[in-house]
Design a protein around this ligand. Sequence first.
Ligand code: GLP
Length: 244
Amino acid sequence: KIFKGSTDASEFVAQEIAALIKNRQQEGRTCVLGLATGSTPTRVYAELVRMHKQEGLSFKHVYTFNLDEYYPMAPDSLQSYVRFMNEHLFNHIDIPKNQIHIPDGTLPKEKVSEFCKNYEKKIDELGGIDIQVLGIGRTGHIGFNEPGSTEKSFTRLVTLDQVTRIDAASDFFGEENVPRKAITMGVGSILKAKRVIMMAWGEGKARVIKKAIEGPITDQIPSSFLQKHDNCLVVLDDAASSEL
Ligand code: GLP
């Protein structure tokens, strides 16, 4: 779905999420959202906050699972995804804190793999992710699933690609400060979601969007595995769609 600009596109995505939340609320059921960080989803979150404040959209029955977090990472660091989510969404809505899940960047190394297994288990126990929101990195990554991530990959500790670390350098005031690792949900975890909405804005994403959507399905472009998902919507602005 192609929009002229990212504002309209973001409002559309927020409406989709709000519709799910409201439907589930009417049915008296919970819903599970898979959430992303980065600059791409910020307007979606701003719109959800607006709907909460102005239209009474309630998140009391919503569970969230974030895709990823740098490792190691303290939650109160400037670059932490915990902090990002609190500032852009969670601090402004009525979601109970114990319904929020974000990979833990503070764990000692020997506890990481157990944490990752539990992350997957919690998602499964809640009935799976209803809508997974995604951005896309220049390497074709989704979450932090860098080239080489297979469709059978699940939540785990990964090594970040050089390109991703360069892209994050300004957030960390220099590439040398960007963590080398991250905890991310896998391509397999993402493919299990009932619905996936991937977003991309701006001409900087046009090349990788073409590869992800029209190129061969390959672990060299992990987002290309989304071609196998039977309920995946890609939402673009004009510029991001310019190479299609
Ligand atoms: C990071 C995140 C991804 C995100 C990507 C793109 O690498 N881990 O989940 O999709 O950045 O970021 P942006 O939306 O700022 O372009």
